[in-house]
Write a protein that binds this ligand. Structure first.
Ligand SMILES: Nc1nc2c(ncn2[C@@H]2O[C@H](COP(=O)(O)OP(=O)(O)O)[C@@H](O)[C@H]2O)c(=O)[nH]1
Ligand SMILES: [Mg+2]
Ligand SMILES: [Zn+2]
Length: 302
């Protein structure tokens, strides 16, 4: 029978069968997914075949896409966090905590590299001051120009109609720094969701070095959200310096016009169209700074 993986603890999987039954399964011993080297063969969001009587996942269906996070255990290893995602939604706050553009751009690049459309939720509108609002408008201008949907919300008190229509009918990965309000939002999307809110749960996560796993929730017949508690770093695998700007859409469209074409890294090469666009203000300085920072980060080119 076909089923959808809702939760994983590494050795056990909660699945939702096509007849609406929830049950816990293990993966058949030799389960492998073609073309994947990652440690976990089954991820949240995978469509699987199950042997109902034995409580076993016997087959993993081909994925539309997947997203990985860096392994907490070993450098160079990746963990498939979730599969078959329609959109990657990053929740950010400008205060408590402040989300940096570097963090936002790393997330966007990761999603872009895995072919997943992105959206941004600017949470905690209720506690923003004038300076915060001004910075927020600047960011909204930058990311709207990249066709990334930007919504302003207050997860604890505000009207959630905009978010609900963004999520409706899709499977969305919800990410963001610890404390931005992911669980607060999810809890209001469905009475069946009861995620722990606040610093205490975040603290205990850090203290125990637990590996965190994504968890998927169904909020209506065709709407699924995936919570990613404690995921601080997103993984890029085997991206060469020449390739990185392919995942910055505003640079991707320009690079064939760089004099050195696909060999241009947009640093100091003559006739670089990206540098020209940066100087003309068509590419934002913060996006370019993130690009340079990622280029310098060896970790992204494992
Ligand atoms: N003022 C304000 N606080 C919020 C809002 N959303 C979440 N919080 C608070 O931020 C803290 C962290 O929220 P939580 O949902 O646990 O964040 P998570 O770590 O991203 O899951 C909690 O104390 C929430 O009550 C909001 O829109 N406004
Ligand atoms: Mg949380
Ligand atoms: Zn260039």
């Amino acid at each position: 029978m076909k089923a959808l993986v809702m939760r994983s603890t590494g050795s056990q999987y909660d699945v939702l069968t096509e007849t609406g039954q929830r049950l816990v399964c293990r993966a058949r011993g030799k389960l492998r997914l073609k073309g994947y080297k990652e440690s976990n063969p089954v991820a949240v969001g995978d469509f699987v075949e199950i042997d109902l009587k034995a409580g076993l996942i016997t087959e993993v269906h081909e994925r539309k896409n997947h997203i990985v996070r860096k392994s907490v255990k070993k450098t160079g290893h990746v963990h498939v966090l979730a599969a078959n995602i329609d959109q990657a939604v990053l929740m950010v706050t400008l205060v408590k905590p402040a989300t940096s553009t570097g963090f936002i751009d790393r997330f966007m690049v990761t999603a872009e590299a895995f072919g997943i459309p992105q959206a941004l939720l600017f949470n905690k509108q209720d506690i923003l001051d004038d300076a915060g609002r001004e910075l927020q408008e600047t960011l909204i201008r930058i990311y709207s120009n990249l066709n990334i949907a930007c919504l302003k919300i207050s997860a604890t008190t505000g009207d959630l109609n905009g978010v609900k229509s963004l999520l409706h009918g899709k499977t969305s990965l919800i990410a963001g720094l610890s404390g931005v309000g992911k669980s607060s939002l999810l809890n209001r999307l469905s009475p069946e969701i009861n995620q722990p809110v606040g610093e205490i749960s975040d603290y205990s996560n850090k203290g125990m070095h637990t590996t965190t796993f994504a968890e998927m929730f169904k909020t209506d017949a065709h709407t699924f959200v995936i919570d990613t508690p404690g995921v601080k770093e997103w993984g890029l695998v085997n991206i060469t310096p020449e390739e990185l700007s392919d995942y910055f859409p505003e640079m991707r469209v320009l690079r064939s016009t760089c004099r050195f074409g696909y060999r241009c890294r947009h640093i100091n090469e003559p006739g670089c169209a990206v540098r020209q666009a940066l100087n003309a203000g068509a590419i934002s300085a913060s996006r370019y700074a993130s690009y340079i920072s990622m280029l310098e980060d060896d970790d992204n080119r494992r």
